[in-house]
Design a protein around this ligand. Structure first.
Ligand code: HEM
Length: 443
């Protein structure tokens, strides 16, 4: 088998440092200097960076059963327990079987009124800025959290949604800090940071279990995902999820679905501000429907809005990287991949690679049109991941984003007063550093 190219000796430690301080630079240099499959081994860490769609297809789909998520996900388990994002093996398979039908089309369609009602509230809130510059990323976070609270948990009260948001943000911040720290102090030792993380986890437990108990005792039917998941059963055994499993899945939806969608919308608005002719086209597309209330079926009648959203997911993929770890040694294109190592894919880099995209850095939504579909290279566009572990919420996210973009752009023209390319703040998802200050001007 061929040896995978990569930095050796002292050079490998330079790359290790880069990996810790600036992952985007690490992936870029690994790919540029060592090619489609690059390998770094230093301080016990073995990382392969793969960047060819064919290899991604092999690892994430064709031979997916030989791969798990890497140990980098372990810290997230403190918050998400055994939720789908971090679960593995038979336990994951069973949970996915039970949860998948919860995301069926008809269930998502029934959540559309919640999305639209929240959009109307956001339009009012944006109006209060009176055409002045404000942080749209902040507004999109509020909007998508509001929708998540209502559609996942049926939570309408602002105070409960605020408590949940605070606890979730604190827990994610602490976990990101733990992922970055070399020494991980056990949570049982009451350091300041551990106390904050433990507080946040207890708070999330308190809120979610209380909602779960209320819902179980309630006689009224509800459209939200919590109700659906309480009643969901494994088709093979007829058995559903335990309370702890429901808690883990619900929290996973919130953690995996809220910030990703919010950032996707923020970047879409930014791109539209830079490409105003597309904002006008979206407005015409929505206006042409001539409807006071959009419906689920209207999404198919908003192809341009959908294409703009996909192009935004390509250029600013909220989930900018992912990884796997082989259970047994594997071979990719004649190269040996060691068991227990980390195989990383930088989705952001893949989506902007000139090898797989014409004018990769340009905003060209038409590349996602029906006519151009056949030109797309399989596995070169994976904003929702790929293979059996593909995002379970992708249809929900798409429905939410297309409807919100349609509503927002029908009312406002986004305007950007800065020229510098925004910097990234890649925490867990791809946030714009310092927020995204835009003007949303009434047409
Ligand atoms: C634009 C929005 C979103 C993006 C970009 C996104 C991206 C992703 C990606 C890339 C993965 C795969 C990770 C991997 O294989 O390593 C994933 C998995 C997942 N996502 Fe999403 N996601 C979004 C919205 C949502 C929403 C709205 C939900 C829930 C309501 C959700 C729930 C999940 C779950 C549960 C998984 C784990 C699936 C499994 O492993 O079985 N996501 N997402």
């Amino acid at each position: 088998m061929k040896q995978v190219p990569g930095p050796k000796g002292l050079e490998a430690y330079k790359y290790l440092n880069m990996f810790r301080l600036d992952q985007f630079q690490f992936w870029e240099k690994m790919i540029k200097n060592y090619g489609e499959i690059a390998f770094m081994s230093a301080a016990g860490l073995k990382i392969y960076v793969i960047s060819n769609p064919k290899h991604i297809k092999y690892v994430f789909s064709e031979n997916a059963s030989n791969y798990r998520k890497s140990f980098l996900y372990n810290e997230i388990k403190h918050i998400l327990g055994s939720g789908l994002l971090v679960n593995e093996g038979e336990s994951w398979k069973r949970a996915r079987r039970i949860v998948q039908p919860v995301f069926k089309k008809s269930n998502i369609a029934s959540l559309v009124p919640i999305i639209l009602e929240s959009a109307d509230e956001s339009i009012q809130s944006i109006d209060s800025f009176n055409g002045k510059e404000f942080d749209v990323s902040d507004e999109m976070m509020k909007l998508t959290f509001q929708i998540a609270g209502r559609s996942f948990f049926g939570v309408n009260t602002i105070s409960l949604s605020k408590q949940m948001n605070e606890a979730l943000s604190a827990s994610l911040e602490e976990v990101v800090d733990r992922i970055r720290s070399i020494i991980k102090i056990p949570l049982s030792i009451p350091t300041k940071r551990n106390r904050r993380l433990n507080w946040a986890i207890n708070e999330l437990d308190r809120i979610i279990y209380s909602m779960l108990n209320d819902r179980k005792n309630s006689k009224t039917e509800s459209d939200d995902l919590l109700s659906k998941i309480i009643h969901a059963k494994d088709e093979e055994t007829g058995i559903g999820l335990t309370d702890k499993e429901i808690r883990d899945e619900m929290l996973t939806f919130l953690a995996a679905g809220h910030e990703t969608t919010s950032n996707a919308l923020t970047w879409s608005l930014y791109l539209l501000s830079k490409n105003p002719e597309y904002a006008k086209k979206i407005k015409s597309e929505v206006d042409a429907l001539n409807k006071s209330k959009l419906e689920f079926e209207d999404i198919a009648k908003l192809p341009l809005t959908g294409m703009v959203f996909e192009e935004s997911l390509r250029l600013y993929s909220p989930a900018y990287s992912t990884d796997r770890s082989p259970i047994e040694d594997d071979e990719v294109d004649g190269y040996k991949i060691e068991k227990g190592s980390i195989v990383q894919v930088c989705i952001h880099h893949l989506h902007r690679s000139e090898k797989f995209w014409d004018k990769a850095n340009d905003f060209i939504p038409e590349r996602f049109s029906k006519e151009n579909e056949s030109k797309l290279i399989p596995f070169a566009f994976i904003p929702f991941g790929a293979g059996p572990r593909v995002c379970i919420g992708n249809q929900f996210a798409n429905t939410e984003a297309v409807l919100l973009l349609a509503k927002l752009i029908q009312n406002f023209e986004p305007i950007c007063n800065f020229t510098a390319e925004p910097e990234f703040d890649p925490v867990i998802t791809l946030r714009p550093k310092g927020g995204m200050k835009l003007v949303m001007r009434r047409w």
